[in-house]
Design a protein around this ligand. Sequence first.
Ligand code: ZN
Length: 456
Amino acid sequence: MPIQPAKNPPKNQPVAIGLLVIFVAITMAIALFVQLSGYHLRTVDQQDRIYATVVQRTVSHDTTKPPFVMSYPVTQDHKIDGLIRNYVTSLTDTYMKNRGENAHPDEQLAISYEILFYDKATLSVSFRQQIRRGEKVLTSHDTTPTFDIKLHKHLTAKDIVIDTQALNDLIYDYQRANNTQNPYSNAELVHLLDLTTADFKQVTLYGNRIVFSFDPHIPKRMGNPETIAINKSLLHGIVQPAYLHTSPDRSREIQDTTPHITEMPLRDQPIGPSIKKLALTFDDGPDGSTPRLLDALRKYRAHATFFVIGNKASSTTPTLRRIVSEGHEVGNHTWSHSYLTTLTPAEIDRQILDTQAAVQSATGGYTPRLVRPPYGATNSVVTQHLHGLQQTLWTSDTQDWLDKNPDTIYGRIMQGAQPNAVILLHDIHSTSVDAAIRAIRDLRSDGWQLVTVSQL
Ligand code: ZN
């Protein structure tokens, strides 16, 4: 159709004419598409229920009994809008392909949506696909893709997970602690839960959590749920930081059947009273060798307790966070490693309370329950000023600060390995960490559970 120029086009509005030309061209393209597919499409736009900048677009065949009606969000980002449109169109295309000639004339695919999370980095949308016949819902199925707004792509687990092993550990620990019906033994579960990012068919970001949906073959194999929700606060170091921004949750539904990990599960819970267990404790850190120690603890599925110095907390925040997030215990080892027996009660109070505050601040709220007075120096005045913390000494001292020889220290750890032992080490010495890594490996293969002091 020829474009009719306005009779007296204002000379200063060439842009408006340009836009008109583009508009008409697009309209013609749509008309051509409609012609080819043999249908006229009806499009209705209204504002999204929650987001003022989002348009809810509803598209259906322009007939009295349209075989499908789909609603989807339209943002002001054309690339994201294209991804969403393709996503929804692929759902209707699949339906139309499978619908067949003999479908009941009242049967209809209805796709509705709800925005679950929308920030500068990502947009998560829940699409509900219902096949209806009249008022009757025959099937209902939800999919919840997440789109990366900056990269303009549909996100997968592979895009967001940076530490698959840690994610495995977290889900494993949760399953161990919560799935008492699990037919698998401890060793089998370790072997079976060797998830890779390809085992997650979908990731969905919500305001405060990420929901991982397993590929269908996983739940069958493990007796697991199809999806698992994990609070973003537990995913530091596991998921790319860009995807951990939190906001109040706006979505109305949290499915009760989805397991939801809201706090770090204890690792490798003792599986029976007969199991032999002991606690490794590391004082005076964190320090440069601590991450190496944490790697080994994770690898061998062991827990430990770290008695930390308060005045180091602000400079070792990432390590402290990692200690907590990987399920270890943090104890109070005073602010400046003082002989508490030489201090006034008020000074003891400061040593203890300032350390509690520093650990809480560094870890985002973790509160130590244990205290170990430096040098084991304690008396009745000290014990009256521990503010409810449990005083924890040791059953076996490796003297690792004196003999900086990994073989010697390793021998002493193994010698001290008795049921319910508390073994004293210092992660500020790399020689101690070397010895501990060897001992952790050998104690685990000897059947020891390495637990925190509080788990003894
Ligand atoms: Zn110490």
